[in-house]
Design a protein around this ligand. Sequence first.
Ligand SMILES: NC(=O)C1=CN([C@@H]2O[C@H](COP(=O)(O)OP(=O)(O)OC[C@H]3O[C@@H](n4cnc5c(N)ncnc54)[C@H](O)[C@@H]3O)[C@@H](O)[C@H]2O)C=CC1
Ligand SMILES: O=C(O)C(=O)[C@H](O)COP(=O)(O)O
Length: 377
Amino acid sequence: MKIYADENMPYVKDFFAELGEVTLLNGRTLTAEQIRDADVLLVRSVTKVNKELLAKSSTLKFVGTATIGTDHIDQSYLQQRGIGFSSAPGCNAQSVVEYVLSALFVLAEKYQWDLQQKTVGVVGVGNIGRRLVTALQALSIKVLCCDPQRAAAEADFPHIPFEQLLPQVDIVSFHVPLVKSGPDATVDLLNSQTIKLLKPDCAVINACRGEVTNNDVLLAQALSGSKRPLVLDVWANEPEPDLRLIPHTDIASAHIAGHSIEGKARGTEMLYQALCVQLGLAPTKTLAQVLPAPQVSEVKINSEFGLLDVQNLSRLLYDVRRDDALFRFYMMQDNKTQGFDWLRKSYPPRREYSSVRLTGQEVPEFLTTLGFSTQMN
Ligand SMILES: NC(=O)C1=CN([C@@H]2O[C@H](COP(=O)(O)OP(=O)(O)OC[C@H]3O[C@@H](n4cnc5c(N)ncnc54)[C@H](O)[C@@H]3O)[C@@H](O)[C@H]2O)C=CC1
Ligand SMILES: O=C(O)C(=O)[C@H](O)COP(=O)(O)O
């Protein structure tokens, strides 16, 4: 079996080598010719999987994307061709939550906010948003939710329509899929009209897809003198974002919110499991077999643990300023061989909270709610 995979898919050979011959390719520049004899195609968000790409792959039986987002996949075309498909729902949800928490801690320090006096609006309360809401509530931070689809399906979901939520929040964080049309389309959700509904100093965090918060509108507002704090992990027109926007951001990064080691590895594992199901095979490999031992695996804590202690603890694992510094340094250079895609390909290791086991007489429950472990890893 011929398996073609994006070269930025960690552990792909560990998982898939027993199922076939694995060839690694650059997902951004992938062509129909390169995957002509593919039985299996494994991609990331940078590969547009459509009729054009698959035109020559007559033996293709399975396409997997090791991502949560699926806006780069023409799923109806795959269905028409009878090609099996799997994404990796939730694989890097915790990683994105840890990115957003780190960003909030940085903003709180920079602007001297008391986060427990702030209200965060979470737009899109699926795998990521739901975890984020739980984490924020565990930190006693007030949250308002917007998710019309969940509201339609769940009678008790505390949905606040987007336009009503915006004026009520001090921070708005976007976690919707990129949907280009229909009643719940998310392209330009934050646009020249809706941005006017925000408080002037309401922070905007986008770690879903760049097109959700109109970048021209963000830039125009910044150029008009707005001091709105901005956290952007995703950009319109990746991998060539509008560089003029970068100096107006508080935190800027190269679409890496989901790039914890666990998040990426889980994506690969989920595709392996899905292909095994399609092939009628029992999986033999697991995430635990491939994950490296963390550099910090145990921390002893005191039961009197407050928000500042959580910030310190979380910084031990991940401080978003690391990625912001890399982004600002490399994106502003003329040498674009070390640009957006290079930053993603050479992303330094980052472990999730679960990699650290907390010990102590009594570990406060909210820390396990945030994702820290109390079990032996
Ligand atoms: N920056 C990064 O590295 C990453 C970005 N993402 C992006 O985040 C998105 C969300 O991820 P998940 O939470 O796992 O997806 P999900 O599919 O579990 O949840 C998305 C939620 O958004 C809701 N939604 C849809 N349209 C909406 C609208 N117009 N207004 C408000 N809510 C709406 C849905 O009902 C759903 O509950 C992904 O589709 C992907 O594009 C995901 C992982 C990593
Ligand atoms: O899962 C998603 O959706 C994401 O956006 C990923 O975390 C990042 O995508 P890749 O480009 O690394 O596949």
